[in-house]
Design a protein around this ligand. Structure first.
Ligand code: SF4
Length: 339
């Protein structure tokens, strides 16, 4: 019997949002404390901002932007700012969006213990589309060790509140915090899937100079995850998030001038590395002992398919996936024909 051709559609990262996202960083704005690992100035390249300067910072940042774009207010605990200031900032964002023609999304990040149904309802009325919660972990013991000040149950409740207010939910995770094991990571991913966010950010814990975590590390009381293990652990969970249509919009901290990395699993292409490992594994499993005759993939996965520095090319070639057999288009899913 001759070989028959089999057609399959595999999961790929969901289509990126149509408009680019302009982040406006408001380091530590509203934060009630400095968390163990956090050094916003070094992580965002922006000076800390006081409440009095928040509006000016947003106004200045958006006046440089050529729209249309979505806007994200990040780097602090937006919902812990005074209510009148939150409103002024959001009015400022919408005013700029009006001048850009198309209305993008308004996003902001905050702590899970700095939201309430009333506050979220107000944000919705004031034009916010997505609230990203800096959950970090759903494990109460891990949260306590990092002095986060809320429990896993509170993080859950906050996720539900965001949904109930009719807002899009974002979840930020920080695998590798002190006491955070691989088992906690698997559990956090389960809980994230159950919370059904629209977007997820994964920031594997790194040691930034000048933080209390840097001191713990220097004293030998904290050991960060290894880079390669982190890539593997993130790669393992990405397809599960993609299958639910969850966009993983960031993996790892963006490189910033003056970023004082002391230790930990940081690489400027960490997301690209994890996504390409995930894709190579998915394809290897799907193709098995067969060979790919033809493949059509979404154009937004092109860089991830071949991998950082074309790291995936040898393993893909063994499956028959070589550039001559691959085309890219604007559809979702990786379509393969195997014999
Ligand atoms: S981790 Fe979040 S809440 Fe903690 S200091 Fe940094 S920005 Fe503020």
């Amino acid at each position: 019997m001759g070989n028959f051709c089999r057609f399959e559609v595999l999961t790929a990262p969901p289509r990126p949002l149509p408009l680019r996202l302009v982040p406006v960083f408001l380091p530590f704005a509203g934060c009630p404390q400095r968390c163990l690992y956090c050094h916003q100035a070094a992580q965002t390249g922006q000076r800390p901002v006081s409440s009095a300067d928040v509006l000016g910072r947003v106004e200045h940042a958006l006046s440089q932007v050529q729209g249309p774009a979505s806007v994200g207010l990040y780097g602090g605990s937006f919902t812990a700012l005074p209510e009148a200031l939150q409103r002024q900032v959001l009015e400022c964002v919408l005013r700029h969006m009006d001048t850009w023609g198309a209305r993008g999304q308004v996003r902001l990040s905050t702590r899970p213990d700095a939201v309430s149904p009333q506050l979220l309802g107000r944000l919705r009325r004031w034009g916010v589309d997505v609230v990203e919660l800096g959950v970090q972990s759903f494990d109460s013991a891990v949260l306590a060790r990092s002095g986060r000040g809320y429990t896993g149950a509170q993080a859950h409740a906050a996720c539900r509140m965001v949904h109930d207010a009719g807002l899009g939910l974002g979840i930020q995770l920080l695998p590798g915090l002190p006491g955070h094991t691989q088992a906690h990571w698997q559990e956090d991913v389960e809980r994230t899937l159950a919370a059904a966010p629209k977007v997820v950010r994964i920031y594997p814990c790194v040691v930034v100079g000048g933080t209390p975590l840097a001191r713990l590390h220097a004293e030998g009381r904290y050991r960060p995850w290894e880079l390669q293990a982190t890539v593997e652990l993130v790669a393992e969970v990405l397809p599960r998030l993609w299958r639910r249509g969850i966009r993983v919009i960031r993996v790892g901290l963006a490189p910033q001038p003056g970023f004082l990395l002391q230790a930990g699993p940081w690489h400027p292409a960490l997301g690209n590395m994890a996504r390409s490992v995930a894709m190579a594994r998915m394809l290897t499993r799907a193709v098995g002992a067969r060979r790919v005759e033809r493949m059509i993939a979404p154009r937004w996965v092109q860089g991830d398919l071949w991998g950082h520095g074309r790291a995936n090319a040898p393993v893909l070639a063994r499956l028959g996936i070589v550039p001559q057999r691959v085309t890219f288009d604007a559809n979702e899913g990786i379509r393969i024909w195997t014999v």
